[in-house]
Design a binder for this molecule. Structure first.
Ligand code: X2X
Length: 339
């Protein structure tokens, strides 16, 4: 690094320390050869964004200021549906998206969300870091997006409601539930005889607050960080699916990067994913007490009748047909027989 650049960076750090007063605000932007945007739908306080910040700092320093990864959390740049089109056109360079939503473009990407497929985290990571994940990444690549190796954790999803707890599959009957924009989600809650409405996460808090829907489902880490407990009363630990975020890149933007920068960026993103998995799993396991303190009333239904309801509604048979034998076998190899 040249003397003058170092001096400029120092000045910039000093100005930040002084609360941003003073001048050389542009040092960082000027230093970076590449400034890429990373958009996501999660609150700032979610582990994904905490680890993303750390990762962005590590990338900046390892690349000696050549690469600046700018994080836009909380749907600041638009809903998941908007961002999926932006990542394809290059309007954003990076985006984390649930595989289930990505399935609107890459049908195979929802396969990890099949109801009650995964029993626990070790099984999830073995599959997603193994053959099943490799298969899905292959399909994503065919759709002309770049995907990092390691999927990030959202978690096992639980059902919240402003009207009633869910104890048995019958409690889902007629239940007005928000689901993310994804055919698998709609299909699954229809199989429960619920009344699912596809709504992007950016609109969920207000949809619950205004009671357009009675309930929603998400991992506890997100029910906590997105403050959904403020507009929900019950939380039923249905554990009905595991959901994770693929870290996607726009292909043209990715290929514009010189090889050495690609290596630095990918290595740090994948390392951050592993740390985020640890944080999120821990938060999902420990935040219940805090949520109880905020007024959420918990119950823990037995899973078997829910799974049986999906089976008898033909859910597993239908999705096996949609994914095809190869993908289904990879899933069953990881989780055991499903239908
Ligand atoms: O939209 C949701 O519920 C969320 C945030 O969990 C996903 O991204 C699937």
């Amino acid at each position: 690094m040249s003397f003058s650049r170092r001096a400029l960076l120092k000045a910039s750090v000093a100005s930040t320390a002084l609360g941003g007063l003073g001048a050389p605000l542009v040092a960082r932007a000027q230093a970076a050869e590449f400034a890429y945007k990373f958009a996501n739908n999660l609150p700032d306080s979610h582990p994904l964004n905490a680890r993303a910040k750390e990762m962005s700092d590590a990338i900046r320093s390892e690349s000696q200021g050549r690469f600046d990864l700018q994080i836009f959390p909380n749907n600041q740049l638009g809903s998941d549906t908007d961002m999926l089109s932006q990542i394809r056109s290059g309007g954003v360079e990076f985006f984390t998206l649930s595989g289930l939503i990505l399935a609107t473009l890459v049908p195979a990407a929802s396969i990890n969300g099949i109801g009650f497929a995964f029993a626990d985290y070790p099984t999830v990571w073995k599959a997603m870091d193994g053959d099943l994940g490799a298969y899905v990444r292959g399909q994503i690549t065919k759709a002309n997006l770049v995907v990092m190796d390691k999927i990030w954790d959202n978690g096992f999803r639980q059902t919240t409601s402003s009207t009633r707890p869910i104890n048995t599959p019958e409690d889902f009957k007629g239940f007005k539930i928000r689901v993310p924009v994804s055919p698998l989600w709609t299909s699954m809650f229809k199989a429960f005889d619920a009344s699912p409405a596809s709504i992007n996460f950016s609109e969920v808090y207000s949809a619950l607050q205004t009671r357009i829907v009675e309930g929603q489902e998400n991992p506890l880490a997100l029910i906590s960080t997105a403050k959904l407990y403020e507009v929900q009363k019950y939380c039923s630990l249905t554990n009905h699916m595991w959901d994770g975020f693929w870290f996607l890149a726009n292909r043209r933007a990715w290929e514009k990067l010189p090889e050495d920068l690609r290596t630095i960026v990918a290595k740090n993103i994948n390392a951050a994913a592993l740390k985020e998995r640890g944080d999120t799993e821990k938060l999902n396991a420990t935040v219940r007490e805090e949520l109880t303190g905020k007024g959420l009333v918990f119950n823990a239904p037995v899973a078997a009748p829910f799974r049986e309801k999906l089976r008898s509604a033909g859910f597993y048979a239908e999705w096996k047909g949609k994914y095809g034998d190869q993908a289904w076998e990879l899933l069953e190899k990881s989780v055991g027989k499903l239908s």
